[in-house]
Design a protein around this ligand. Structure first.
Ligand SMILES: *[C@@H]1O[C@H](CO)[C@@H](O)[C@H](O)[C@H]1NC(C)=O
Ligand SMILES: *[C@@H]1O[C@H](CO)[C@@H](O)[C@H](O)[C@H]1NC(C)=O
Ligand SMILES: *[C@@H]1O[C@H](CO)[C@@H](O)[C@H](O)[C@H]1NC(C)=O
Length: 636
């Protein structure tokens, strides 16, 4: 049903009636349409907007056909028990089908004009309603854990960027929630430091920033206390204000999004409080959670179970910010909209696939959280595995979220459970280079002495389905390595009966094509091809067919969080992880994680800033793979 709303000015009276006039309708239209009207009156509300635009109230009224059959008036009668109505503007919303045909008027119950003591002519108190505009929904985004690092560095800036790009609903408010006691003003100061303007649109940025900050509020409370969330609820309602009331009538809505930027051990507490005390009575309530989703199959299942006590699956948005990266998203575009790739996308042409993630810094004093999880849980089991699934899935029925996720789950469920001898773990040790010394992982004061937590891991995975049978998918992730990058490398098979075999000498590997999808830094896609060096002799060379995003698309590539937040607001679930997906992902890694811990397998030490432990080479060699990122001609 399309909805309308109307606005009318009324004055101080005790009772007022809103009267619909049927226009040309027959005299008994009121009785004829009584049942429709009754349905309508059920939901009819009037809304008063007082002098403070924030304070608004809803009043239920009832609609009745006037008693005199001769009168074809229908009235919505509202009463307020004690106080007279203050002078205010009322918004009236009713179902459009029923109302558009009629003009409607406002009358006081006693027949006198609403605002006068003495009677005046009818025209003076009759005001015709006009349809004003389509009603919009509101969205309130509560960042739980607002004083944390992630919130400050990523979430607020991403929200601002969305606002800046007009990608956020018009009526939005942002709440920070944390234990620290801060005023709204203090929070605004805190986040204003991290907001940045898009380089390509600097103009009027500070105005925009100011507008944005005016929509930011703060509420302090405990994470596990429902009272504190009820207070939040009250503040949210205040902000949602009038829109809240409208929403109740028209079925459009005050929506609420909670972003849990907090340690996983308090997820459930917050979700309980938020869902019981601060969920939206009218619109949707969604919760974004970030990894880690448990430590293994069992704890992940428990977490899901506990969350589902309070939320349904479609309210939970499990975020993997890697999936929000522009290029990962474009992986599907690349595959499914280019004829030249999809036919090659199988064991027939692809020799191996490498998923590489490296950071060129260590834990730097923040290893406390990391030590509990290790690199396999932190990066491999989620980011890299998600990318792998997206890479290897069959063509989905459509681009709808459920279709894509169904395909991803199929891939994950076809994967072999990872074996210990297909895993290499490492940990970085101290190193001195160029007069500077770099600390070992265990030197980090937040890391327990003698920790065996891996900061590096390499693994060989296999997908036992028709498309990928026998193709090794190698993963490598590590901290404190020589570069920071994330990329997917696809090495194709040798050209059968290569005419130019002689030109490559014995190293045929050098002659194979390689497709590289670099996620960071500098998003790029390039294909290594063989090429003849110009000149009289036959010299072959490798060169890159290169799509460097920054060069081709000179706009700023949005941060992953922007996309994910926008998707969560719009309810687009493609980039979020479903619980069966999570189960399947854990099933692959849990046994090996258990074994590593039970056998207390010592990680191989590698120097800070190096290329990682030697074991990774042997692992690759065992599967007849050469790491693409370490080969000598890897100049980009
Ligand atoms: C900046 O603001 C001024 C005044 O508010 C306006 O006239 C101008 O068009 C704005 N520029 C941009 C790029 O939005
Ligand atoms: C949480 O609620 C309790 C009880 O209403 C209140 O005493 C306390 O101050 C609140 N906590 C914070 C941090 O506001
Ligand atoms: C990547 O995806 C974005 C939308 O997510 C699209 O605008 C862009 O054109 C895509 N790029 C390529 C190379 O497919």
């Amino acid at each position: 049903m399309d909805k309308i709303w109307a606005k009318v000015q009324i004055f101080a009276i005790n009772i007022l009636a809103i009267v619909w006039r049927p226009g040309d309708e027959s005299d008994d239209w009121c009785s004829n349409e009584r049942s429709t009207i009754n349905q309508l009156l059920h939901r009819a509300l009037l809304l008063a907007r007082y002098s403070s635009p924030m304070a608004a109230a809803c009043f239920h009224g009832h609609l009745s056909c006037a008693s005199s059959p001769a009168s074809s008036n229908l009235g919505l009668v509202l009463s307020r028990k004690y106080k007279p109505w203050p002078a205010s503007t009322f918004h009236l919303i009713v179902g459009q089908e029923l109302v558009t045909r009629w003009g409607f008027q406002i009358k006081s119950s006693n027949g006198y004009p609403p605002n006068v003591v003495s009677s005046q002519k009818e025209e003076q108190y009759t005001e015709h309603f006009k349809v004003e505009q389509e009603l919009e929904s509101t969205v309130s985004i509560t960042v739980v854990g607002a004083s944390g690092d992630l919130a400050k560095k990523k979430i607020f800036p991403a929200l601002f960027a969305l606002f800046y790009e007009d990608c956020i609903p018009k009526h939005f408010t942002i709440f920070g929630y944390a234990r620290t006691r801060l005023t709204d003003e203090e929070m605004r100061n805190m986040i204003s430091k991290t907001l940045a303007c898009r380089i390509d649109k600097r103009a009027n940025c500070s105005d925009k920033m100011e507008q944005f900050l005016q929509r930011c509020f703060y509420h302090s409370g405990e994470y596990g206390l429902e009272e504190n969330f009820s207070e939040l609820d009250r503040k949210l309602k205040e902000q949602e204000g009038s829109m809240q009331c409208l929403a109740q009538i028209v079925g459009r809505l005050a929506n609420r999004l909670f972003y849990l930027s907090i340690p996983p051990n308090i997820f459930v507490d917050v979700v309980r409080c938020a869902s019981r005390s601060a969920s939206s009575p009218t619109g949707w309530t969604r919760v974004i959670v970030e990894k880690p989703f448990g430590r293994d199959s069992q704890s992940s299942a428990e977490l899901t179970q506990s969350l589902k006590q309070y939320l349904t699956e479609d309210q939970i948005f499990r975020i993997d910010h890697y999936l929000g990266k522009e290029l990962v998203e474009n992986l599907s575009v690349l595959r499914f909209s280019n004829l030249v790739f999809e036919p090659l996308w199988s064991r027939q042409f692809i020799r191996n696939v490498q998923l590489i993630f490296s950071e060129d810094f260590g834990t730097e004093g923040r290893g406390g959280y990391f030590d509990n999880y290790g690199i396999i849980r932190d990066i491999m089991q989620n980011h890299l595995l998600q990318i792998l699934a997206l890479f290897a899935m069959e063509t989905p029925v459509s681009l709808a979220a459920e279709d894509i996720r169904n395909e991803k789950v199929k891939v994950l469920r076809s994967m072999r459970v990872l074996q210990l001898d297909d895993v290499v773990v490492g940990q970085y040790k101290g190193h001195t280079k160029g007069g500077r010394s770099y600390p070992a992982y265990v030197d980090d004061p937040t890391v327990p002495k003698g920790s065996l937590t891996p900061t590096f891991a390499a693994a060989a995975l296999f997908i036992d389905n028709a498309r990928w049978d026998g193709v090794p998918f190698l993963m490598k992730a590590g901290k404190a390595l020589h570069t920071g990058r994330a990329e997917i490398r696809v090495q194709f098979r040798h050209v059968p009966g290569n005419l130019y075999k002689r030109n490559f000498g014995s190293d045929l590997d050098k002659a194979t094509n390689e497709l590289v999808i670099r996620v960071q830094p500098d998003e790029a896609i390039y294909l290594k091809i063989n090429n003849k060096v110009p000149g009289l002799n036959m010299r072959l060379d490798r060169s890159n067919l290169n799509l460097l995003y920054a060069a081709r698309y000179p706009i700023e590539i949005p941060d992953a969080y922007e996309r994910l937040l926008m998707d969560a607001i719009e309810g687009e679930r493609r980039l979020f992880i479903r619980s069966d997906e999570l189960d399947a992902a854990w099933a692959i890694f849990t046994p090996v994680l258990k074994e590593l811990e039970e056998k207390r397998i010592a990680p191989e030490l590698y120097p800070y800033g190096s290329r990682g432990p030697v074991g990774a080479y042997y692992l690759a060699a065992k599967h007849n793979v050469r790491w693409g990122d370490l080969s000598s001609d890897n100049n980009s």
